[in-house]
Every structure is written in structure tokens, then in C-alpha cells.
Design a binder for this molecule. Structure first.
Ligand code: ADP
Ligand code: ADP
Length: 236
């Protein structure tokens, strides 16, 4: 569990495009926050900036007590699990192996070579699969699963990292409505039960209102709403 402090974040891409124009927000430890906005609003840029996948051109990000810098990226990322729109699984590998790759990012390159996967890694991966309800598919090829199941694998891979924070970038944008509900429900449950701080990028207002504690509305690189999901109607 960790709070996230986003302070005056600006991002100008190499081509000069300003995707974020001074974004500030504090995300409480253990909360479930949705960053809501249309395509192009800057949601993905913001999420990638939080774990240092993208370098901000202004401002600071703090996760827990730690300010994210170029020097502590490995440490920061070990605490932050990522979930993606297109799952980012290795199609031809088993579900279990995909989940185990969540453990690899924990170690240095040399550490990975020396230990490969240890007993504890297998236990953590197995626990993560229990958590998302996929133990019966552990040795199936990832690409044989439905979209909703593949996203569960993506979430299990993040959980196997034992993160304090999970960042999900449009995790249901490739899924049908039923699977979308299931995945949002699962992320919500992980937040409540495991006390993990969860931040989800979404473009669907209805889903955001139903699942979020708090909504940060983003448009054109600026925060246009920040408050409880219930307050969104009066604000728009
Ligand atoms: P969202 O996730 O809300 O759809 P993004 O953060 O992906 O928004 O993109 C915000 C804006 O920044 C878009 O206009 C997009 O085209 C632009 N953008 C994203 N990545 C780059 C890049 N590497 N270089 C230039 N512009 C980019
Ligand atoms: P997704 O919707 O899956 O996030 P996008 O089309 O938004 O995919 O972006 C895919 C990749 O292309 C991202 O890495 C993003 O940074 C990059 N990108 C997006 N817009 C631009 C742009 N205008 N110029 C350069 N790169 C971009």
C-alpha cells in the first residue's frame, strides 16, 4: 500500500507535442482511482510517467515515501505492477510462465541468470493464479484463453510482483461488456482485500462511476475534475 503524489507534471514529447500541461493529484494509499478521459487526453502518458516508463519534462512523482528519479527506477518498478490494454502476454508460453515473468522484473539481470525461478517464485505465481481464479488453466498456452482470461493472467503477473501499487492502462478496452465488468470487479476486490493502491485509466464514464472511489478527469493534458465518483454528474 502506498500513496502517490503527482506534482505539476508536464510532458512534452520529442516532436514538441505537450501531452501533459501541469497535472497535480494525490492518490490515497489503498484507494481505487480512475483516470477518466477521451482518447488523446494524456491518460496513458500520465500512467507511464508514474512508474518512470516515460520521463516527465516537469514536476515530480512520489510513490510512498520515495520520489521517482532516474536512479531508483528499478526499486520503484518492483513496487508497481502494470496491467495493459492488450495484455502484453507471451502468446506461446503457458499461463504459469507468463505469471512468473512478473517475478523476473524483481531481480537484476545477473540475479535472474543465477536463480532463474526459485521455489518462492512458483508459490507466489500459484497464489496469484488462485487470486484471479485461473489455477485450472496454469499450463494452457496463453493465446488459447479468452480475452477476459488473458487479462486475468495480466493481473496475476502484476500480483506475483507483490506490488504496493497497480497501474492499469485501459485494461478493459479490448474486452466485451461482461468481461469488462468482471475485470473491473477483480481489480476493485484486489484493492479492497489486499490493500493495494489501484489506478485505472478508462474512457467509459459509466464504468468509472460504478467502480471508482475517486475520479480524476483528464482532458487535453489538464485535470478537469477531481473528486468522488458521485460528484461527476453535477460537474459535467
Ligand atoms: P490517452 O491515453 O488519454 O489516449 P496518450 O497519453 O496516449 O492519451 O496520448 C496523449 C497525446 O499525446 C495524444 O495526442 C498522443 O498522440 C500524443 N502522444 C503519445 N505518445 C506520443 C509520442 N511518443 N510522441 C508524440 N506524441 C505522443
Ligand atoms: P494505445 O491506445 O494502445 O495506448 P496508442 O496508439 O495511443 O496505443 O500509442 C501507441 C504508441 O505510440 C505509444 O507508445 C505512444 O507513446 C506512441 N504514440 C502515440 N501517439 C504518438 C504520436 N503522435 N507520435 C509518436 N508516437 C505516438
Amino acid at each position: 500500500m502506498a500513496k502517490i503524489i503527482i506534482k505539476d507534471i508536464g510532458k512534452r514529447y520529442a516532436n514538441g507535442f505537450e501531452a501533459l500541461k501541469g497535472v497535480s493529484a494525490e492518490i490515497a494509499a489503498g484507494s481505487f482511482t480512475v483516470i477518466l478521459g477521451p482518447s488523446g487526453a494524456g491518460k496513458s502518458t500520465l500512467l507511464r510517467t508514474i512508474n518512470g516508463l516515460e520521463t516527465a519534462t516537469a514536476g515530480t512523482i512520489q510513490i510512498g515515501e520515495q520520489v521517482v528519479t532516474q536512479n531508483n527506477l528499478r526499486e520503484v518498478r518492483s513496487q508497481v505492477g502494470m496491467v495493459f490494454q492488450h495484455f502484453n502476454l507471451v502468446d506461446r508460453l503457458s499461463v504459469m510462465t507468463n505469471v512468473l515473468t512478473g517475478r523476473l522484473s524483481h531481480r537484476s539481470w545477473l540475479g535472474s541468470l543465477l536463480y532463474l525461478f526459485r521455489r518462492t517464485d512458483l508459490d507466489l505465481a500459484h497464489d496469484a493464479l488462485i487470486r484471479v481464479g485461473l489455477t485450472d488453466k496454469a499450463w494452457n498456452r496463453a493465446d488459447k484463453l479468452s480475452g477476459g482470461q488473458q487479462q486475468r493472467v495480466g493481473i496475476a503477473r502484476a500480483l506475483a510482483q507483490q506490488p504496493r501499487v497497480i497501474l492499469a492502462d485501459e485494461p478493459v478496452a479490448s474486452l466485451d461488456p461482461v468481461a469488462s465488468e468482471e475485470i473491473m470487479g477483480l481489480l476493485r476486490e484486489i484493492c479492497t482485500r489486499d490493500g493495494i493502491t489501484v489506478v485505472v485509466n478508462l474512457h467509459q464514464v459509466e464504468l468509472a462511476k460504478r467502480f471508482a472511489d475517486r475520479i480524476i478527469g483528464l482532458n487535453d493534458g489538464l485535470v478537469v475534475y477531481d473528486g468522488p465518483a458521485s460528484g461527476l454528474d453535477s460537474a459535467t
